[in-house]
Design a protein around this ligand. Structure first.
Ligand code: GLU
Length: 295
């Protein structure tokens, strides 16, 4: 497995040159484009890594996976009255669809859907910020996972489109809290910094039943989360990723992609340069090669 990861890394690293590191969040634009790391955790707990797999990066939209998992546990079906479960076919931060569809976001993995989820979580428990971090530390087994304040501030400064979405949601009565406070909490979750290895470990609740007390459960919720990952996890490139890779996944504009295969493994790859959809170029290629070997 280690040799396989090394081969993959060697083959796909040059592809990063064809992508661009996210520019719209200034703190992300400063990340070196040549970073590359990959981690795989098998269902039996054995771990394999290559490159910068233990270096923390900004998980961005991958945080939506953990927010959704907690929301499904805390709120149950009530969540689905406010967020749909269909691929959006539009950019992850598009505001057009939200307006034409009456303020019901297409799914919890686009920004509008995650903002609604954050609003519901904050209404359920005002200390959600601490709870989310605690849950991710527990799942990853790493007490050093933390919010990155620089990325958080950077996103607060530049996040007008997300704030606009929150106000559209509010106008459509699908946001209870203060749009500024809700988006600040949403940006906070996006700013969490952790490594590819941390993320692969944290996703094991979607691979096999876990021991220990976490909020994120397995069983039906895990099955449904994997379904949404398959259909909506890579923005408006989810269909292509399903075709090429065939793994349930979730990407983020920090250049991470996390995938799970039930009863087998969780893997995470990190390479900052993105394609026009906002997905890591080398990351997708790496997972395509991994899937060819392992599925
Ligand atoms: N914080 C980013 C935003 O809201 C997340 C985008 C992403 O990773 O998809 O624009």
């Amino acid at each position: 497995m280690r040799a396989l990861l090394e081969d993959i890394a060697k083959e796909v690293r040059p592809l990063a040159e064809t992508g661009t590191v996210a520019q719209y969040i200034p703190a992300l634009a400063a990340v070196p484009p040549s970073k590359f790391g990959m981690a795989l955790v098998r269902a039996d707990g054995e771990t394999f890594t290559v490159g910068d797999a233990e270096e923390p990066f900004s998980i961005q939209s991958i945080s939506k996976l953990f927010a959704l998992s907690i929301a499904m546990e805390w709120l149950g079906d009530a969540l689905w009255a406010r967020v749909a479960r269909e691929p959006s076919g539009m950019r992850f931060n598009s505001i057009i669809q939200l307006e034409t569809e009456g303020g019901i976001p297409r799914n919890p993995f686009i920004n509008a859907g995650a903002i609604v989820t954050t609003d519901a979580l904050l209404a359920h428990d005002t200390s959600y910020r601490d709870l989310l971090l605690g849950e991710i530390r527990l799942l990853s087994g790493n007490p050093d996972v933390a919010y990155d304040d620089e990325v958080h501030r950077s996103e607060i400064r530049t996040g007008d489109l997300n704030r606009a979405m929150a106000f559209v949601l509010k106008a459509h009565k699908n946001l209870n809290g203060d749009p500024l406070k809700v988006t600040e909490a949403y940006f906070g979750a996006c700013s969490i910094a952790m490594s590819a290895l941390d993320l692969a470990r944290a996703a094991m609740f979607l691979v096999a039943p876990q021991q220990g007390r976490t909020i994120c459960g397995e069983g039906l919720h895990a099955r449904r989360i994997r379904a949404i990952m398959r259909t909506c996890g890579l923005y408006d490139q989810s269909g292509e990723f399903a075709f090429q890779v065939g793994l349930a996944g979730k990407s983020g504009v920090g250049g991470g992609i996390l995938v799970v295969q039930p009863n087998q493994f969780a893997a995470c790859v990190w390479s900052p340069p993105l394609d026009q959809y906002g997905n890591s170029v080398a990351g997708q290629a790496a997972l395509e090669k991994l899937a060819l070997e392992l599925l």
